[in-house]
Design a binder for this molecule. Structure first.
Ligand code: KMT
Ligand code: NI
Length: 178
């Protein structure tokens, strides 16, 4: 079952896969305020229906664990650092967990981190322009997820430290962060 809570902000380069649960829960209503939608989806048909409804044309499956990098720890760590770097996209992002588990962190209106622990059958819709990051959980260090793409399966992550604010970001900030 999905768990959503405020991040405790005690993360370092070494411990970011730990739960970092502040003990303060977050409701789905609170998520909806920043345009984040959670859904539990248990069948392929329901996933396909959602993709059709929101006009998604492509998808791929990402398999993230050390074995997926042929036990190359440096390559695995590099990918983990990349996913944990705060970023946004110009398109909506949908992620659907089919196995394993992971943490999605999203920024709320007050620029605080909200953490959602997702496992099998959990689906998250992140609006275009929202700052977020992802990591595996300490316990499993493994996730298999479907990434859905509106168009081509290529995806530009715009890192917060780049200072780049695209139209999608400005528009998100205008409509949501009021
Ligand atoms: C993203 O854009 O943040 C990601 O795709 C994270 C990894 S999906 C399990
Ligand atoms: Ni992303």
């Amino acid at each position: 079952m999905v768990e959503v809570y405020y991040h405790d902000n005690n993360d370092t380069v070494d411990n970011f896969t730990e739960p970092h649960n502040s003990g303060k829960p977050v409701s789905f209503e609170e998520l909806a305020l920043i345009g984040v939608i959670y859904k539990k989806i248990t069948t392929q048909e329901d996933l396909d229906a959602l993709a059709t409804q929101r006009e998604y044309k492509n998808r791929d499956i990402v398999n993230l664990n050390l074995a997926a990098f042929n036990n190359d720890l440096d390559a695995y760590n590099a990918k983990m650092q990349q996913f944990y770097k705060e970023h946004y996209h110009d398109d909506e992002e949908i992620r659907y967990i089919i196995d394993g588990e992971g943490y999605f962190d999203v920024r709320n209106k007050g620029d605080e981190w909200i953490r959602a622990k997702l496992e099998k059958h959990d689906l998250l819709i992140l609006p275009a322009g929202i700052y977020h990051r992802f990591t595996l959980t300490d316990g499993l260090k493994y996730v298999k997820a479907v990434r859905l793409f509106k168009d081509e399966p290529k995806w530009e992550a715009i890192n917060r430290d780049s200072g780049k604010e695209s139209e999608a970001r400005i528009s998100y900030a205008k409509t949501i962060l009021v």
